[in-house]
Design a protein around this ligand. Sequence first.
Ligand code: MN3
Length: 212
Amino acid sequence: MINDYYPFINKPLPYAYDALEPFIDAKTLEVHHSKLLQNYVNNLNNLLRDKPYLQQLSLEELIQNSSLIPGNLAVQIRNNAGGVYNHRLYFDSLSENILIPPSDALKAEIEIYFGDYINFLSKLRDAALSVFGSGYVWLVYDEGKLRIVTTPNQNCPVEQYMYPLLNIDVWEHSYFIKYYNDRKSYIDALLNIINWSVVSERYSYIKNLTLV
Ligand code: MN3
């Protein structure tokens, strides 16, 4: 569902707006989904409305090929297709259930690249805090390896053919109503409600695909 085609729709969240309380407040989640993400969906549909050749590309293909699109349209497609993709992944990576553990297979892989799970969470937190201004921190599968990367604005690692497993939105609109400018408290809260079973499914999907 992350990777679909024009006309794009803003699908409902898999949980209620107040389901992530007290970690993420209902007002923040409602504005984030029903206004900010909806706006990216509307903008992207408007950009593609009179361009049937672009309507044939999936959301991922639009992101991967945005540099081939002429002129200012490329930037607009990149920002808005990225805005849709990145937010869908973010919302789908959260859960109303707390402290879901990663699968044994993903945990073992995390231990290979980051020492142990606690150290991994600490590196993820540090990377999230290192983003200057607006952007995201990501756990990606890149050429057979797990990596933590950051992107500015609505840029997406799919542009570089990395496979995103998890992202965290660190734009201030993700946390300002409840946490003001305290990004660290937001990240610490969010780490309680990562849907590691969904992230583990993404990992097992791409791992099996690349082993073939
Ligand atoms: Mn956002």
